[in-house]
Design a protein around this ligand. Structure first.
Ligand SMILES: Cc1ncc(COP(=O)(O)O)c(C=O)c1O
Length: 1012
């Protein structure tokens, strides 16, 4: 029938409402596949949904839906579902005759306020869990309900999905192959599938049928609506449908489905045999969906609603086809609290009564004791990336260790998180950013190449291949073992290619037979010789390879598939792990460490390794660091590490002895500075540098009054806090001390004077403070400021301000200090030091954070006049400042900055990033301003009245962390994102940052509030 003759207008709907329900209200059309639906808003606060059927709709079907809803209401459960409203005649199902004389059925249901699923962004694990839980609860509530119509023939019933076979001709190529393979699999499983538990279920958890709460940060599913597809079918089908939709638009559909499964199971416990069919029923729901779309495209080409989910359905179906059914099933089992592999317990039982000896595996070695080797991310033996990637060095270390433990075999590694796997095959982009395979699934035995590896028990060869490539297995043999109904596999990796490939699949190997000889690099996958020995209860779909390392997110499932090989050997040292949980660390820290120490992020992270612009947690997850301007030339830069290690091995004393390095570092520093700044004092922190600068001011001017900026921060010592408005004007602070004089922060965006040409206005504010000091009968000691104010919110000083301010200070007899602790050493790109951006000549500069690349090294550089005045006879002694180790490190940092052109990198990448951020600001008005220089940038988040948005900023920082990007916020209102990464930050890093920023900026909470 012509769609326009079926359609009902809003006006008509309002008329029907008045006639049948005596309700006055406005009607808004809503999407619907069968019914014509309207949201009804009445003057009273109750809202409704009016549903007008198509002319040919069956009364029984509508009756079924009404009865179902009434059943839910009658159970008195707390489940939220639409309630049936009776018409003025007391009927729950009414009738009208439309303009074309067709009889149409009408129903009125209560409206459930909230957001529909498809409008919710992001859809995180907790939300997907609540989705599963809601549908599980619904199934539970409907137990005992039945209706004739629940047993109808129905195309959307997964159990009846084989009708789609008749339409396979609508597809071709890859799509046809995918559909055929799922159909075949489903058809083959009909018998056992038919025996699964059945019930009346909702059967349509699609995006538009799920109502989510209004909470933008922790949304939960409130209710399921639209019961038009309810049917009596296998209960697992209902969950399959919820999964099928919840998986759409995610990189990793299985990962997205698991919380839904967990949630469903929490409310309605699923049986193991049901979970065996979840993979295929998910696929079949999608098969129905794409088949229906293909048919409908022909039938009703102008009905867009029908096509809404076609594209994402195909996308997820293709990904699902590439997902191992066995792995998915084991994951579902684990999600429901069953053992991931059904034979896990059986295997453990078998292994308890069967013990094997290492001397059987390596008879030529004849040792049975183990020396456990920790190769985990945080294991110190592994050393620096440069070292573990140096095979000769790694081998040398193994040999040295072996000499210390001659009677033991060096071994270990089951479930160990490692960072040894650097080739691209070990990485993917998951549902929230980059993920790396880090969890080692076997045990490594570090023994010489050429060592024969023998069978521990009889087996059949199922793989004997050359798994060629860097960081692969090289020669690989997998044996299958059958013990009654128990089947398991043993894997031998890194054999010589020749010895592995001399076997054929199907060969029988007897206990004690040689499986292969240990290979050497490069043919063993380019490793120091060792045997990777792994056990498996399933080969999944692998034919010529099997993962030896897994993603941390999937660890528990892999643990079930690959049991601990030490179950065979029962060697205690192999099972000893002594890692402390993050919660224990937090608890102890809270009790015994300074109570004002803070922790970054709502869920704190434990970082155990640094690598360039990345930090790595204890599970091997890498985080892109956009915050740390201390790791100036990159975290754990090898040159810096070596410089420190090498010097530490020779001598570390104080400056009372002659040493070259203090002079070397001084020369390196002075080369970067204007000639008038030419005397250096080395100290250990930025605070100490500013502390010393303040002493110098007193010595040189005889005055102690300091003028500083509002929200400036200069350090944690008494004198530094006393000049840091960021501290004394905030929580716990007591305002400015007598000798500190604060002028308004020169912020042209949200400060006292805004827009262009504010330099003089702010310089006049400095003058006001000078006058104040004078009025008290005292003189000005110094003016201290950062060239870009960091803690104050990455505030760029107005052009010309510093010049004017310096003049005024000098006219008053004061000194000018540039605090370069944050911005120095090339970070601002255009110039090496921040003050050079402003073309001024300070009397003292203080240097901190970047100089030691993480080692506590800082410095004060001043003019000869200041230095002479300070040298008044009192010795300046500093136990650690200027020691040879620190100076070796500092000199190496400056050498790397120069040699690797990092100042220029900061300029180029900073420019690119700033312009990309400005483009982002055009799409997202919440970004009020992007500012800064080089790799010292700030993004200020504000509403349309320029009010700060600290909650959104905090949300964004935490969500970026979830995606593996470390960011941090600052500024007096906590609404400025500061970007100050290691100077080796690349364009690709900048693009990643922009990509994820734009994703998170699109999330509901970021769009909440007055930010248009
Ligand atoms: C501008 C500025 N000056 C001085 C300091 C103090 O340095 P430190 O923490 O090394 O004592 C800091 C620290 O954040 C700073 O940001």
């Amino acid at each position: 029938m012509n769609f326009s003759r079926l359609n009902i207008s809003s006006k008509q709907a309002e008329g029907i409402l008045l006639r049948l329900y005596n309700l006055e209200g406005s009607a808004w059309p809503l999407p619907g596949e069968m019914d014509f639906n309207f949201k009804i808003q009445t003057l009273a606060s109750n809202d409704y949904i009016l549903k007008i059927s198509r002319p040919n709709d069956t009364l029984e079907l509508l009756d079924f839906q009404q009865q179902l809803l009434q059943y839910i209401e009658a159970t008195g459960s707390h489940l939220i579902a639409p309630k049936v409203v009776q018409d003025i005649y007391g009927k729950s199902l009414s009738e009208i005759t439309d303009a074309y004389g067709h009889r149409r059925h009408v129903r009125l249901l209560t409206w459930i306020p909230g957001r529909i699923w498809s409008d919710v962004n992001p859809q995180l694990d907790d939300l997907r869990f609540s989705l599963g839980k809601q549908f599980g609860l619904l199934t539970k509530t409907l137990q005992g309900f039945d209706h004739d119509m629940a047993h109808r023939e129905f195309v959307w019933d997964v159990a009846q999905a084989l009708w789609t076979k008749d339409h396979i001709a609508l597809f071709k190529g890859e799509e046809k192959d995918i559909l055929s393979s799922f159909l075949e699999q489903f058809e083959a499983s009909q018998k056992p599938y038919a025996l699964l538990r059945k019930a009346v279920v909702h059967n349509d958890a699609n995006d538009n049928n799920i109502i989510v709460s209004e909470d933008l940060r922790k949304p939960t599913v409130k209710a399921a609506i639209d019961y038009g597809d309810s049917v009596y079918t296998q209960i697992i089908n209902d969950l399959a449908i919820a999964c099928a939709y919840a998986m759409m638009n995610h990189n990793d559909p299985l990962d997205a489905a698991l919380p839904v499964v967990k949630g469903y199971h929490s409310a309605f416990p699923l049986l193991e045999e049901e979970l065996d069919y979840l993979y295929i029923t998910i696929a079949m729901r999608l098969v129905i969906s794409v088949t229906k779309s293909a048919i409908n495209k022909i039938k009703e080409p102008d009905n867009k609603y029908l096509l809404i989910s076609e594209k994402p359905a195909w996308a997820v179906l293709k990904k699902w086809h590439l997902t191992s059914m066995a792995f998915a099933t084991y994951s579902f089992r684990w999600a429901c609290g069953y053992t991931a592999h059904p034979h896990e317990e059986k295997f453990i039982e078998w292994s308890e009564s069967n013990t094997f000896y290492l001397s059987d595996l390596f008879p030529s070695i004849g040792k049975n004791d183990i020396h456990s080797l920790d190769l985990s991310v945080s294991g110190k033996w592994v050393g620096h990336q440069e070292e573990f990637n140096d095979l000769a060095l790694f081998e040398f270390k193994i040999n040295q260790l072996q000499k210390k433990v001659p009677h033991k075999i060096i071994a270990g590694g089951y479930l160990e998180p490692r960072v040894l796997y650097t080739s691209s095959a070990y990485h993917k982009i998951g549902n929230s950013g980059k993920e790396s395979r880090t969890i080692h699934l076997g045990i490594d035995f570090w023994i010489p190449h050429g060592t024969p590896v023998c069978a521990l028990l009889d087996g059949e060869v199922v793989m004997a291949v050359n798994d060629a490539g860097d960081k692969e297995y090289g020669g690989l043999v997998v044996l299958k073992h059958a013990r009654g109904t128990l089947i398991f596999y043993t894997l031998y990796g890194h054999l010589s290619v020749k010895s592995a490939t001399r076997h054929n699949v199907g060969d029988l190997i007897k206990k004690g037979d040689i499986i292969g000889l240990l290979g050497n690099y490069p043919e063993n996958g380019n490793w120091v010789p060792h045997l990777h020995f792994q056990m498996m209860l399933s080969l999944l779909d692998y034919k010529t390879d099997f993962p030896g390392v897994a993603y941390h997110r999937q660890m528990e499932v892999w643990k079930g598939i690959c049991p601990n090989p030490n179950l065979l050997f029962k060697l205690r040292p192999l099972d000893q792990k002594n890692s402390v949980s993050n919660n224990d660390l937090i608890r102890y820290r809270k009790q015994h460490l300074g109570k004002s120490l803070s922790l970054q992020y709502k869920v704190p992270v434990k970082m155990v390794r640094g690598s360039g612009q990345y930090l790595i947690d204890q599970y091997g997850k890498s985080y892109l660091d956009t915050v740390n301007n201390v790791a100036h030339v990159g975290h754990e830069n090898y040159g810096v590490v070596k410089a420190g290690q090498d010097q530490m091995a020779l001598i570390n004393t104080n400056t009372r002895y002659l040493h070259e390095y203090i002079n070397t570092l001084t020369k390196e520093l002075l080369e970067t500075l204007p000639p008038r700044l030419n005397v250096v004092h080395f100290v250990n922190s930025g605070s100490e540098a500013n502390e010393l600068a303040i002493r110098m001011v007193k010595a040189a001017t005889g005055e102690r009054d300091i003028i500083a900026s509002e929200f400036g921060y200069h350090g944690n010592t008494n004198s530094c806090v006393a000049i840091s408005s960021y501290k004394f004007d905030s929580k716990g602070g007591q305002g400015a001390p007598e000798h500190t004089h604060i002028f308004p922060i020169p912020d042209a965006f949200r400060g006292k004077y805004r827009g262009n040409n504010t330099a003089s206005a702010y310089a006049d504010e400095v003058q006001r403070q000078i006058d104040k000091v004078r009025k008290k009968g005292r003189g000005v000691g110094a003016f201290i400021i950062e060239p870009i104010i960091s803690c104050g919110g990455q505030i760029e000083l107005p052009k010309g301000f510093l010049n004017e301010a310096y003049k005024k200070i000098r006219a008053a007899g004061g000194l000018c200090i540039s605090d370069e602790v944050q911005v120095g050493c090339g970070r601002v790109g255009k110039t090496f030091w921040g003050f050079q951006l402003h073309d001024v000549a300070p009397d003292i500069i203080t240097i901190g954070k970047p100089l030691g690349n993480g080692h506590p090294l800082a410095a004060v550089v001043c003019t000869q006049d200041v230095a002479n005045a300070f040298a008044n006879g009192m010795e300046y002694f500093n136990t650690f400042g200027g020691n040879p180790v620190s100076c070796a490190i500092g000199a190496e940092v400056l050498r790397i900055v120069k040699q690797e052109n990092l100042q220029e990198n900061a300029r180029l990448i900073g420019q690119f990033l700033k312009s990309e951020l400005k483009t982002l600001a055009k799409t997202f008005p919440i970004i009020g301003e992007v500012r800064g220089q080089g790799l010292f940038l700030g993004i200020e988040l504000v509403d349309s009245d320029l009010n700060p948005l600290p909650k959104q900023t905090d949300y964004l920082v935490n969500r970026m962390k979830d995606h593996g990007i470390l960011m941090s916020s600052d500024g007096p209102s906590g609404n400025v994102l500061k970007i100050k990464p290691p100077m080796i930050f690349t364009k690709a890093n900048a693009k990643d940052l922009i990509f994820y920023l734009s994703q998170i900026l699109n999330e509901d909470f970021m769009k909440s509030g007055n930010i248009d």
